[in-house]
Design a protein around this ligand. Structure first.
Ligand SMILES: [Zn+2]
Length: 192
């Protein structure tokens, strides 16, 4: 079993290295009953470390993937319209997913007055907290919304699939055309 333990330790180290210090700028908002809990992880950096400490590597990975995706979208200067979902993010302790909850509606209510969740990935609605992204702009600290790729609708998924098939077909056609051309060239060069 020691072999397994080694691999596990390796994975933990690897995830650890990938956890960006930037995660600390995403605050986890405690619920009323959690406000006095000294062990409460106050940001996503603490949350990722907590997952690793208790051996929930998969959760740490999911937290990392979803949070990196959000950071990358911001880094690419999104227009915030095409294929994006914007709102208040949540962290799910059950699966590690970070993102906008299921059936989210932006009703402009403060996150302190409404219940977080349910998790878009696993449906958890108890072990979940709101997130708040803070961004330092000079001396001012601004709150930023969570941003993520909108899941494709059934219709969009179908279109995407059809486009992929059409592209593949075109690629094959091109290849066949080229092969025929090559052969014709070769035949021309064969001395009679
Ligand atoms: Zn979840």
């Amino acid at each position: 079993m020691s072999g397994n333990k080694d691999i596990e330790g390796e994975v933990v180290r690897e995830v650890h290295l990938k956890i960006s210090p930037q995660y600390a700028s995403v605050q986890v908002i405690p619920k009323a009953e959690e406000k006095n809990d000294k062990n409460f992880p106050h940001n996503l950096h603490n949350a990722a470390e907590l997952f690793l400490r208790v051996g929930m590597v998969e959760n740490a990975e999911r937290l990392r993937e979803t949070t990196d995706s959000m950071i990358n979208i911001y880094a690419s200067n999104p227009d915030g319209k095409t294929g994006m979902r914007i709102g208040n993010g949540c962290v799910c302790w059950s699966c590690g997913y970070c993102g906008i909850p299921k059936d989210y509606k932006d009703d402009k209510k403060s996150i302190h007055s409404k219940k977080p969740g349910p998790c878009s990935n696993c449906g958890e609605f108890e072990q979940i907290n709101w997130l708040k992204i803070t961004h330092k702009d000079g001396k001012k600290v601004k709150d930023m919304p969570w941003i993520e790729h909108a899941p494709l609708s059934e219709e969009e998924q179908k279109k995407k699939k059809e486009a992929e098939i059409a592209a593949k077909r075109k690629e094959i056609e091109e290849r066949v055309k080229q092969a025929l051309k090559d052969r014709a060239e070769k035949e021309k060069n064969i001395p009679k």
